[in-house]
Design a protein around this ligand. Structure first.
Ligand code: NAD
Ligand code: TYD
Length: 334
């Protein structure tokens, strides 16, 4: 298979490219990425010289860049997106542009070039919050933030291209990922790196919001399975099966690093903060999927990875990052 991967310089995309290059060394892979603040070629340093890998800097909203990159490919897998809820609350415009309009440009390229498979990487956040039970692929979409609304908009557009044009599209909706190379704005890498620097860990609200955590390698294996065995027009939930409150996650991180509980700062809640995410992954399991990583080992590996790779995250926690955090968490002295 010749693949076009968009957003491959980000967290999940780079882990996915590494997974695919090692498992299918004969698959030619093009990585089209705009290199926003979240895109980082350091994430792929170990494979940049691989003969079947090429990187193109470009925007998925740019029709020509997309159509050139897509020439002759068998499948497009779209990871490119603006992804951080807090940024979407402060500055939603780029979310609408990349997540919705960018998806439209990709779908048009699939239509024009007769590409045989299009995988849209989406999120469980499109379903919104659920007090009890779990969402299935049939559940209605009730997104809460500009981020999740832009992802839901993209999902609907993808679905419309299936209904109207019979394009060979599939959507995956995974739960919260964690692991190496995650930009330290998201809960787990932010708290690990802050704790390593003895800086405060800003917990929203009462710290009891629940997320279903999946190790990024398990998500990559599931996407690989859906790419090869999923059915056109279908949606597949990819859950971790590990629901934890934010305070439980925080306590694990502090314990693993031997840092004190007084680093925790309870701060004013995130507006529109979803209480609990939970998805049912039976449909994925019916394709034969099994998790390879237990949560406890995976989070320990992740803490160890950030401890051993300061070179990676110290560079990423740049001046721009600090400016954003002053704006987002005004009440904390960094
Ligand atoms: P990320 O923010 O780490 O990376 C996003 C990548 O997309 C970056 O490399 C960035 O440069 C690139 N990008 C942004 N705008 C672009 C544009 N206009 N054109 C080309 N490239 C562009 O994101 P991530 O956490 O790796 O998430 C990848 C995908 O998975 C997203 O679609 C996200 O919605 C979805 N997802 C993420 C999670 C999670 O927990 N991280 C969970 C479920 C779904
Ligand atoms: P996040 O990693 O931003 O993912 P998402 O909101 O997309 O699920 O946040 C995960 C949870 O952690 C969410 O309930 C918000 C909470 N959180 C904090 O309490 N403090 C923080 O600084 C961040 C980034 C998140």
């Amino acid at each position: 298979m010749k693949l076009l991967i968009t957003g491959g310089a980000g967290f999940i995309g780079s882990n996915f490219i590494r997974h695919m290059i090692h498992k299918y060394p004969d698959y030619p892979i093009t990585n089209l990425d705009k290199l926003t603040y979240a895109g980082n070629l350091d994430n792929l340093k170990d494979i940049e010289g691989h003969s079947n890998y090429r990187f193109l800097r470009g925007d998925i909203c740019d029709v020509k860049a997309v159509s050139d990159a897509a020439e002759g490919v068998d499948a497009i897998i779209n990871f490119a997106a603006e992804t951080h809820v807090d940024r979407s609350i402060l500055e939603p415009g780029s979310f609408i542009q990349t997540d919705i309009y960018g998806t439209y440009v990709l779908l048009e390229a699939v239509k024009a070039q007769g590409i045989k498979r299009y995988l849209q990487i989406s999120t469980d956040e499109v379903y919104g919050s659920i007090e009890g039970g779990s969402f299935t692929e049939e559940s209605p979409l009730t997104p809460s933030s500009p981020y999740s609304a832009s992802k839901a908009g993209a999902d609907m557009l993808v679905h419309s291209y299936w209904k109207t044009f019979h394009l060979p599209v599939i959507i995956t909706r995974s739960s919260n990922n964690f692991g190496p190379y995650q930009y330290p704005e998201k809960l787990i890498p932010l708290f690990i790196t802050n704790a390593l620097e003895d800086k405060p860990l800003p917990l929203y609200g009462d710290g009891l919001n629940v997320r279903d955590w999946i190790y990024v390698s398990d998500n990559c294996a599931a996407i690989d399975l859906v790419l090869h065995q999923g059915r056109d027009g279908e949606v597949y939930n990819i859950g971790g099966g590990t629901e934890r409150t934010n305070i439980e996650i925080t306590e694990i991180i502090l314990r693993e690093l031997g840092k004190p509980g007084d680093l925790i700062r309870y701060i004013k809640d995130r507006p529109g903060h979803d209480r609990r995410y939970s998805i049912d992954s039976s449909k994925l399991k019916s394709l034969g999927f099994k998790h390879q990583y237990g949560f406890e080992d995976a989070i320990r590996n992740t803490v160890r990875w950030y401890s051993a790779n300061e070179w990676w995250w110290k560079k990423v926690k740049s001046e721009d990052f600090k400016r954003f955090y002053k704006k987002a968490y005004g009440e904390i002295e960094w």
